[in-house]
Design a protein around this ligand. Sequence first.
Ligand SMILES: O=C(O)c1cccc(C(=O)CC[C@H]2O[C@@H](n3cnc4c(=O)[nH]cnc43)[C@H](O)[C@@H]2O)c1
Length: 244
Amino acid sequence: MPRPGDGAGPRVLVVTAVDAERDAVAAGCPDVTAIAAGVGPAAAAAATAAELATAVAHGRSYALVVSAGIGGGFAPAVPVGATAVATALVAADLGAVTPDGFADVTALGFGTVAHRPPAELAGEVAALTGAHTGPILTVSTVTGTAERAAELTARHPGAVAEAMEGFGVAEAAARAGVPVLELRTVSNAVGPRDRAAWRIPDALRALTAAFRAAGPALTAYAAAAAQPRPSEPTPDAPPNQEAP
Ligand SMILES: O=C(O)c1cccc(C(=O)CC[C@H]2O[C@@H](n3cnc4c(=O)[nH]cnc43)[C@H](O)[C@@H]2O)c1
């Protein structure tokens, strides 16, 4: 069944965790394809990879992937209700605990722990949405103590938010060669667990407002990225063959 954003033009894929986030994104920007992938980096990576592969199999493609939803903000700099745009999508708990402290997987000799969005696009989206910018941390376990929040801040100075999907979305996008961005609206402070202080409806409204403000820039970026460069062959002119 066709979905919003399924038109012939260059496409933006927005990956959220839950339906309420997906609907908040779509309310702000109907021109993107928004999907709810499930909570956590594994679900996010699996759903993103499947959607990107399905698009290619149907002769379509995405020019930009955005991980979006609510998240925890690193207070006091990034308060509840604020918007955050990532300068890096960071796997904050992918590694090993050693006698000398946490060692991420790159220190162990494996893989990667950070993906970087196109800097100009991240800056433009942040300006349009009034967002805080900095690393957004992906965790598999929500922070629930002041000690853990302090540990993350010490390891990732300048981190603006914590959530559970961005790095998974970014891993799938990177394998498909598609640029990635992360945008979060803050429902709670990263720190001691206090469910009564969560402001999920406010954060969902902020998510809609952010996509209303940033949507045109996202779709414009996708359109520009999809333009063949002058030296690239067009569908009418295969490699080493001049167009008539
Ligand atoms: O009640 C809890 O302590 C609790 C434990 C695990 C998950 C939750 C959720 O509400 C789902 C998290 C969901 O929302 C994003 N999110 C929002 N705030 C945070 C946060 O402070 N740290 C990490 N993730 C957060 C996340 O991306 C998930 O999709 C509650």
